[in-house]
Design a protein around this ligand. Structure first.
Ligand code: SF4
Length: 278
């Protein structure tokens, strides 16, 4: 199989650059694995956090450039500690030894081939907790095929159903179609989220951040999930939008969400038959 880094199509941008020789695509990342932080995280969904936390590994950089990103210091700076595949596997094993319920990989997409190598190594050395693929939902089929059989829990965003908003806010006008194909593939691989004794074991957990002044965008996302994935999908409908990074430059995005806007999204989700995660 061709080296995915040599003609990078690891996300919906399909840059086609050779990252092995230093060419840079939209994410600006090379082939080095750059890590921002590693440790138990208690701010995720309760089914991931349990009593001992979700074992989070934050990677530097991101393949999306969301203008309102709340983690922009990490995602927009291509800076972090460079680690080898073996060190990444060590981190996974350490997180399990410290009691974490899962290994939660935050924005793994541009590093997918190296991450799969690390998971393989860690599994061979006894890693038994689920791997969570925590991403922006702009994955092409290539990385998802690499992930099949190695990822237990997919946790993608479903940000946009509207191409104009996707272009304006994240520079990815084809986000809706790429995201919808990715959600279907993730669901095909792992099914809807399975929770045992309060802890997530396997399946698809979708996140949707409700944006101010854009109700139709949320309705489109939620109706797609209900119609074409499953009404049993676990959907975390999130209300924590706050203007960050360059949000002040975007019309209508310079304020928090109102309670009414959030309630409208939840009401629509119920009306489509969704019933888990919110
Ligand atoms: S990961 Fe995405 S943005 Fe980065 S080089 Fe590859 S295709 Fe381009």
């Amino acid at each position: 199989m061709k080296d995915p880094y040599e003609e990078c199509r690891l996300c919906g941008h399909h840059c086609g650059v050779n990252r092995r020789i230093g060419e840079k695509g939209i994410c600006g990342l090379g082939t080095e694995i750059l890590i921002s932080s590693v440790g138990p995280h208690y701010g995720e969904e309760p089914e991931l956090v349990g009593s001992h936390g979700s074992g989070t590994i934050f990677f530097a950089g991101c393949n999306l450039s969301c203008q309102f990103c709340q983690n922009w210091e990490i995602s927009q700076a291509v800076e972090g500690t460079s680690v080898s595949v073996a060190q990444l596997a060590d981190f996974m094993l350490q997180l399990e030894r410290s009691g974490c319920h899962n290994v939660n990989l935050v924005t793994p997409t541009p590093h997918t081939p190296s991450i799969i190598d690390a998971i393989r190594l860690a599994r061979n050395r006894g890693l038994s907790i689920p791997i969570v693929h925590n991403c922006g939902g702009y994955e092409s089929m290539e990385p998802l095929q690499l992930c099949e059989g190695w990822i237990e829990i997919y946790m993608p965003d479903a940000k946009y159903s509207d191409a104009d908003i996707a272009e304006l806010f994240s520079g990815a006008p084809d986000y809706p179609e790429i995201n919808q194909a990715a959600l279907k593939e993730m669901h095909r691989q792992t099914g809807s989220l399975v929770v045992e004794n309060g802890i997530a074991k396997r399946g698809l957990l979708i996140r949707h951040l409700v944006l101010p002044n854009n109700p139709e965008n949320s309705f489109g996302v939620l109706s797609f999930i209900a119609r074409e994935i499953s009404v049993d999908s676990y959907v975390n409908i999130m209300d924590q939008y706050r203007p960050c990074y360059k949000a002040d430059l975007l019309e209508g995005m310079d304020r928090r969400l109102t309670e009414q806007e959030y309630e409208e999204a939840v009401k629509m989700a119920h009306s489509y038959g969704l019933h888990r995660g919110f």
